[in-house]
Design a protein around this ligand. Structure first.
Ligand code: SAM
Length: 278
């Protein structure tokens, strides 16, 4: 009889490591759909995060100039070297995509990846930091994360990730992917999103770092009124109330109801009040 874990094996020696988010694509139709969506032009450079056993990598190698793939798992790296190492347009980096030096990749490049879900939010923030080198990102993610990326104000999905993604990029939800397209099957639904970095941020703000501090503070206690959430995150009550009034925002509103433009007006107002005080 087959041992229970044997069915989940992807290469003779590799048992998927759930701690590394290893849910491998097994559906070639989905691979084709992702590559088509990426709209690769001959000669373009692609960065793939988490190539795994290489199902997507192989398709990317067939249609792009150079594929740089960053994989954390040593055993999978050995497998990739053995199977794809002879392809002249393949560069494998054994390491962590969170700390990887993205300037090593000739820019501009595309990011195409079935991301490890356990670390997808910090990876998304990291990729947004690198947006100036990136033409577009085609990413398989947990369905819930795609909903957060594309969320409009007013619902539970809308938060700091939605604002960061939409501040810097055009976000499009492309298609859903069933758990049956992976092995082992994930417990959650998946979806593919396309993020296209904008030439400049969607809204102009005086200080981007301060704007994101205000956003994070607003969502830190998302069930509280904005004034209270900001106060709990060390923004003084009186200037915050004044900045809210100046921006025409009712202090009883919650962060999840504010459009990006309203957060920008609030952050700029707070910043100019702080500067006047100094
Ligand atoms: N691309 C493959 C596929 O579609 O079948 C594998 C995708 S699997 C969801 C995620 C991959 O990311 C795994 O191969 C895992 O080892 C790798 N990984 C996990 N954490 C990583 C990290 N911090 N940096 C780079 N790769 C990572």
């Amino acid at each position: 009889m087959m041992r229970p874990d044997a069915r989940a094996r992807v290469t003779p020696a590799h048992v998927p490591r759930k701690s590394l988010g290893q849910h491998f694509l097994i559906d070639k139709n989905i691979v084709r759909k992702i590559v088509r969506l990426a709209g690769l032009q001959p000669g373009e450079t692609v960065l793939e995060i988490g190539p795994g056993r290489g199902i997507l990598t192989e398709a990317l190698l067939d249609s792009s100039g150079l594929v740089v793939a960053v994989e954390l798992d040593t055993a999978l790296c050995a497998h990739l070297r053995a199977t794809l190492g002879r392809r002249s347009n393949f560069r494998l980096v054994e390491g962590d995509a969170l700390t990887f030096d993205y300037t090593q990749v000739p820019s501009p490049f595309l990011v195409v990846a079935n991301l490890p879900y356990y670390v997808s939010t910090p990876l998304l923030f990291r990729l947004l930091e690198e947006r100036r080198c990136i033409d577009r990102l085609v990413l398989m993610l947990q369905e819930e994360v795609v909903a957060r990326l594309a969320a409009a104000p007013g619902g539970k999905d809308y938060g700091a990730l939605s604002i960061a993604a939409q501040f810097y990029c055009e976000v499009r939800q492309a298609f859903r992917v069933s758990p049956t397209c992976f092995r082992p099957k994930p417990q959650v639904g998946s979806a593919v999103a396309v993020l296209t970095p904008l030439p400049k941020p969607r809204v102009s703000v005086a200080d981007e770092a301060f704007f994101f501090r205000v956003v994070r503070a607003g969502f830190a206690h998302r069930r509280k009124a904005l004034l209270n959430s900001l106060r709990d995150e060390d923004f003084e009550g009186a200037p915050t109330a004044a900045a809210l009034e100046r921006a025409g925002i009712d202090p009883r509103r919650r962060a999840e109801t504010l459009r990006i433009e309203e957060f920008a007006a609030l952050a700029d107002g707070l910043l100019s009040l702080n500067q006047k005080k100094e």
